[in-house]
Ligand binder design. Structure first.
Ligand code: ADP
Length: 247
């Protein structure tokens, strides 16, 4: 299918004989916001680690934009346009929000250290960095030291540093976890804006966020796909309800 951006074929990962991910066939459509949900221990994080090559699969294949990326180095996968938010972003707490985004832009362009230190570099990325801060709702915090930002604003900054890489597809690991209500709304609006240009696969526990944002949902339990479809379909599935209620 030409509109598939990411696809796995019987993706499997064992840990000492235990199947954390067990023959998962996942297909993400370009332009979709796709959720990966499931109870704790279902294998969601392991899936993310496999998709971004932070872990090698025991068996199975992964294709991104039609290309087999199984076993590729994580940096290469990122360069191809598949980027996971928190790992790449490494936000520096003692720098300002603007400095963090500027650094991310420099890294994305492969700037070396000498370039990084040059006078010109200090300003050359500012316009784009300020645009990105604006996009994530942090315009007013450009000169704030990151350590002083609220948790929700730090997560928004992480997304800005990921967007600096201009990825075609972003993997977001629980983007609203631990957030106060207002911050959840801000991140939801941000993700809705990102989708205009990018595909998103997100692990999310907050089902109202999933319902509001996601086009397609894959439910995992015990390493396997239990159900797949839109929210209306998946949320009525008795097996999904049972898995969530733990019965
Ligand atoms: P989820 O993100 O859905 O909560 P995980 O992918 O973190 O699930 O974990 C799936 C299962 O694999 C769990 O039972 C977990 O204990 C196990 N697991 C994850 N990583 C490792 C590891 N490095 N070594 C051994 N077991 C692991």
């Amino acid at each position: 299918m030409t509109d598939t951006i990411l696809e796995t074929e019987r993706l499997t990962r064992e840990f000492g004989g235990f199947l954390a991910v067990d023959g998962v066939n996942l297909r993400v459509k370009a332009g979709d916001i796709h959720a990966l949900i499931g109870p704790n221990g279902a294998g969601k994080t392991t899936c993310f680690n496999l998709l971004t090559s932070f872990l090698p699969p025991t068996r199975g294949r992964i294709r991104f934009k039609g290309r087999d990326i199984t076993g590729m180095k994580p940096a290469m996968v990122a360069r191809l346009g598949l980027v996971r938010s928190f790992q790449i972003s490494a936000v520096f707490p003692h720098l300002t929000a603007l400095e963090n985004v500027r650094l991310a832009l420099q890294r994305a362009r492969g700037a070396n250290f000498d370039f990084w230190r040059s006078e010109r570099t200090l300003t050359v990325y500012d316009d784009r960095a300020r645009e990105l801060l604006f996009d994530v709702g942090l315009s007013g915090f450009a000169d704030a030291v990151v350590a002083d930002l609220s948790y929700g604003l730090k997560r928004a900054l992480e997304i800005a540093t990921t967007l600096a890489l201009d990825p075609e597809m972003m993997l977001l690991d629980e983007p609203t976890a631990g957030m106060a209500h207002g911050d959840v709304d801000r991140i939801v609006q941000l993700i809705a804006r990102i989708r205009a240009k990018r595909t998103i696969l997100m692990v999310e526990h907050n089902l109202s966020v999933v319902e509001g944002l996601c086009d397609r949902i894959t439910v995992l339990t015990r390493g396997r796909v239990l159900a797949e479809g839109d929210y209306a379909t998946v949320s009525k599935n008795p097996e999904v309800i049972a898995a969530y209620l733990g019965t």
